[in-house]
Design a protein around this ligand. Structure first.
Ligand SMILES: Cc1ncc(COP(=O)(O)O)c(C=O)c1O
Length: 369
């Protein structure tokens, strides 16, 4: 179905920066620089600078960033890793695929891990906490770092949805031993295919990740240090991402403007919970604008059938998929929000008139003009 306002619009986004993207493509292709070349190194440096870390290591996806981070931090069989019950499944899958056990913890009203529940999930086997910064809003990192320090745990940040967000001026991905990034096309910094990265201040972790992404090989010496993987960020994707990263601060400002437009016209609707959390020091970059409606799927279905494409991730929490074999310890907040979530269109290329159309459609559902 064609929507009056689609959830994302990659073609418009490309049109607006076509000259720069096409120039990057021509540069890579005419040099024949495809694998592990200058564009990748340059993008890694720019990403590290943006996040506020010493190193960035480009990989194939956000999943790979999580997977390699866990391995580089020494997480493996016999270990437990604390993860939120509400996240994309890849967060938990990375833990399972290194042979460790994810221990799920419910989230709070901001969709992020509930720090009051983290300590009760810690056992003598716990090795790491893997908080997720969902939708552009960071988990309570000062508190998580304090808990981790007290218990001697590693922190790996799943920052795949929150590039540019910060707490007390310190950006997502610069708090834990690593920050994990996804450049899946519809992320806040999206490539034209899969992509990801690890950011870290730790030279050993960066070195291990660099080797693991290239089959365990040290590219300088040719020595294989262990069995590894093939999961390097393509040089071409890196060149595109480098172009887009330069636009990111301006795009984030536009996302914030759109969020304010939504807020101004929707806040009077008591049934809707809007993603404005008002915590001093926390900066929201609105990768997603996810509201909660007490009218559940009636709300999201009304928007879809009236020209507004929305996302309802996830009506079925990942731990309820039996084949994954995860322990459901009872997560009331995750259960409630899973019935209620609805993400409205949110991307920098949205025109004000598109935002107004979404607002009018939401208001019409609630019988308001
Ligand atoms: C929170 C979170 N973690 C992990 C991932 C995995 O990223 P990718 O799809 O690049 O593997 C994603 C992206 O979809 C995500 O949103």
């Amino acid at each position: 179905m064609g929507y009056r306002v689609p959830f994302v619009n990659p073609a418009v986004s490309y049109r607006l920066i076509k000259n720069e993207i096409d120039a990057a493509y021509a540069d890579v292709m005419s040099r024949g620089d495809l694998i592990d070349r200058g564009h990748l190194k340059r993008f890694e440096q720019c990403l590290a600078d943006f996040v506020g870390c010493r190193y960035a290591v480009g990989v194939n996806s956000g999943y790979d960033a999580l997977h390699l981070s866990l391995r580089a931090a020494g997480v493996g069989p016999g270990h437990e890793v604390i993860v939120p019950a509400h996240t994309f499944v890849a967060t938990a899958s990375a833990v399972v695929n290194v042979g460790a056990t994810p221990v799920l913890v419910d989230v709070g009203g901001d969709f992020n891990i509930d720090c009051d529940r983290v300590e009760e999930a810690i056992s003598e086997r716990t090795r790491a906490i893997l908080p997720v910064h969902l939708s552009g809003w960071m988990a309570d990192m000062p508190r998580i770092m304090e808990i981790a320090d007290r218990h001697g745990l590693v922190v790996i940040e799943d920052a795949c949805q929150s590039l540019g967000s910060s707490v007390e001026g310190k950006r997502a991905g610069s708090w834990g031993v690593t920050g994990c990034w996804s450049f899946y096309p519809f992320k806040i910094l999206g490539g034209y295919g899969d992509g990801g990265a690890i950011t870290t201040d730790d030279p050993e972790i960066a070195l291990k990740a660099r080797r693991m992404r290239f089959n365990g090989e040290d590219r300088e010496t040719g020595e294989y240090h262990h069995h590894g993987f093939t999961c390097l960020l393509d040089n071409l994707q890196a060149a595109f991402l480098d172009v887009k990263l330069r636009h990111l601060p301006r795009w984030i400002e536009r996302r914030k403007q759109i969020a304010e437009l939504y807020r101004a016209s929707l806040r009077e609707i008591d049934d809707l919970l809007l993603p404005h959390y008002e915590r001093p020091g926390f900066d929201h970059v609105y990768q997603n604008y996810t509201v909660r409606s007490g009218r559940e799927s009636a709300f999201s279905e009304y928007l879809s059938t009236n020209g507004v494409e929305v996302l309802t991730q996830f009506r079925k929490p990942y731990y309820r998929h039996e084949a994954l074999g995860l322990e459901d310890r009872g997560f009331p907040e995750t259960e409630a929000l899973s019935r209620e979530v609805c993400s409205l269109p949110m991307y920098p290329e949205l025109e004000d008139e598109d935002v107004l159309f979404v607002i009018e459609t939401v208001r019409a559902f609630y019988g308001l003009s």
